[in-house]
Design a protein around this ligand. Structure first.
Ligand code: CP
Length: 302
């Protein structure tokens, strides 16, 4: 494996190797000196054309914990505003000796294009509405840690599926790892091609929750919407939001996940977000270990 562009590219063995490696590397985060010399002398470029809180900082921390040199590039404040293309930007950074390029871009397929232009490994940190493979890996890692297994796990992914790269990456990865995924959304927030995805689909959250071990709640991505997809936020929240009453209908050990950023009061109530059954901050912590594992395996650490 040279690049990580899509969850769908990972075999079960490759995905399991990443999760197992992340579990080993998680121990580094528990030490007082949280650093390994593994990627000393390697350079990782974080190339972010879209906003990010979790993914960018997590990749930066992961690379630094493995002793790589890190360059953080954000489109805002760069020569992109003067018209420089993705290709020329990438070639410029490559000329500085990048061994790995982590890219987030609003265009679906941008990491794939980039992989043809640079010599180093390309890691997709989210491309448009297409994929976010390291998010799916950290979600799978969190489920495996909390529930002890992925095989046979019943996962409901709820919300704006149409605009979600997290949903597609999770469906592909979780089914590869033996979990069963049900997408729950109003018809307007399901992509037209959803019948080709390896999962079930429902419009009724209250039917799905009692049969789910995990409820993965997704944000409504207003920034990608150019028309109205539902009558009102209040109605959306009433039908597809997770509050304490709905959480009580889930199995007692079921957990609530969210990739972030979370909008309290829309897809999750504040009470659910602050509940010990909500794994949001655990997902963020696991994201560092998972990204360390991916960097380690792709950049040839030893
Ligand atoms: N989950 C996620 O991708 O969050 P950021 O947009 O903050 O990176």
């Amino acid at each position: 494996m040279r690049h990580l562009l899509s969850s769908g590219d990972l075999t079960r063995d490759e995905a399991t190797l990443i999760l197992d490696t992340a579990a080993e590397l998680a121990r580094v985060s528990d030490r007082s000196v949280k650093k390994l010399p593994t990627l000393r002398g390697r350079t990782v470029v974080n190339l972010f054309y879209e906003d990010s809180t979790r993914t960018r900082t997590s990749f930066e921390l992961a690379a630094k914990r493995l002793s790589a040199d890190v360059i953080n590039f954000s489109a805002k404040g760069s020569s992109v505003s003067k018209g420089e293309s993705l290709k020329d930007t990438a070639l410029t950074l490559q000329a500085m000796g990048a061994d790995g390029v982590v890219i987030r871009h609003s265009a679906s397929g941008a990491p794939h294009r980039l992989s043809h232009w640079v010599d180093g490994s390309v890691l997709n940190a989210g491309d448009g509405t297409h994929e976010h493979p390291t998010q799916a890996l950290l979600d799978a890692f969190t489920m495996r840690s909390r529930m002890g297994r992925l095989e046979g796990l019943r996962v409901a992914v709820v919300g704006d599926i149409t605009h979600s790269r997290v949903a597609r990456s999770n469906v592909l990865l979780l089914t590869t790892l033996g979990a069963h995924v049900t997408l729950v959304a109003p018809p307007t927030l399901l992509p037209v091609s959803v019948h080709t995805w390896p999962c079930e689909v429902s419009y009724h959250l209250d039917d799905v929750l009692p049969k789910s071990d995990v409820a993965m709640m997704l944000r409504v991505q207003n920034e990608r919407m150019h028309e109205s997809y539902f009558p009102s936020v209040r109605e959306y929240s009433r039908n597809y939001g997770l509050d304490a009453e709905r959480l009580a209908c889930m199995p007692p050990d079921a957990v609530v996940m969210h990739p972030g950023p979370m909008v309290r009061g829309v897809e999750v109530s504040a009470e659910v977000a602050d509940s010990p059954r909500c794994t949001v901050t655990e997902q963020v912590a696991n994201g560092v270990s998972v990204r360390m594992a991916v960097l380690y395996l792709l950049l040839g650490g030893s």
